[in-house]
Write a protein that binds this ligand. Structure first.
Ligand code: MN
Length: 233
């Protein structure tokens, strides 16, 4: 039996709708610029024919469940929300075709890719990694996974409100690269494994939050997500 110097950290996990069993999380992948209007608001429009999907990752330790209260993070003055569809992978796959990509899907959730935007953009503009902007403690918010094995979601209204005011409103049909294309492309670079979560990108309307703000989001057919931001530690 393996013994450790101290108790190992808990396995990051997510609630699953309809069961008390939790989904053990392996990796967190995030798609960059996957809605045209968001790519434009970031000053980096996407021409699908001339560009490729790109990704960043966050530590699974950044996961927090829907309904959590998180402290305004350190070293930023521009903490922003990004509402996203999350795909939960339930079967292994490597170099899968878009046509077979549905076989890897376990289910879906609502996600918030919380971001230190000032640090992300400074890094981007200097050609540096995005980690300080993106791999933020408690920044990967996720609602309970809704099991839909093998099912591809290609439409569904997505919305985000801050203190009750609508800030993001779009539809999954507006994804530049759809769920099949994202899974197929990501599987060229990684052996996808059960427990990998893919945040598929955010639509336009991203913006800053302050301590005291309440964020609520929803995706039709998937569910709802909430987050409360409190004062900095
Ligand atoms: Mn994002």
């Amino acid at each position: 039996m393996t013994t450790y110097l101290w108790n190992p950290p808990a396995v990051p996990s997510v609630a699953v709708q309809g069961t008390s069993d939790r989904l053990p999380v392996n990796r967190l992948f995030f798609v960059g610029r996957n809605y045209h209007a968001h790519a434009i608001e970031m000053g980096r429009p996407v021409d699908k024919a001339a560009s490729k999907l790109f990704y960043f990752t966050k530590s699974p330790q950044t996961l927090v469940g829907s309904g959590a209260t998180v402290a305004y993070p350190p070293e930023t003055a521009d903490f922003q929300y990004e509402m996203e569809l999350v795909v939960a992978i339930g079967r292994p796959g490597f170099r899968v075709t878009a046509g077979d990509a549905h076989e890897l899907i376990y289910g879906y959730a609502c996600g918030l890719d919380m971001t230190r935007r000032d640090l992300q953009l400074a890094a981007r503009d200097q050609g540096r990694p995005w980690d300080l902007g993106k791999d933020v403690e408690q920044s990967s918010v996720v609602s309970a996974i809704v099991p839909m094995p093998g099912r591809v979601l290609d439409r569904g209204a997505l919305e985000l409100r801050v203190n009750g005011k609508t800030r993001q409103q779009s539809d999954l049909s507006m994804l530049i690269w759809n769920v099949r294309e994202v899974i197929a492309d990501l599987s060229r670079f990684y052996h996808l494994e059960p427990g990998d979560l893919i945040y598929t990108g955010t639509p336009e309307g991203v913006g800053a939050v302050s301590a005291g703000d309440r964020i609520d989001g929803s995706i039709a057919g998937v569910g709802e997500i909430g987050l409360h931001v409190k004062a900095a530690d």
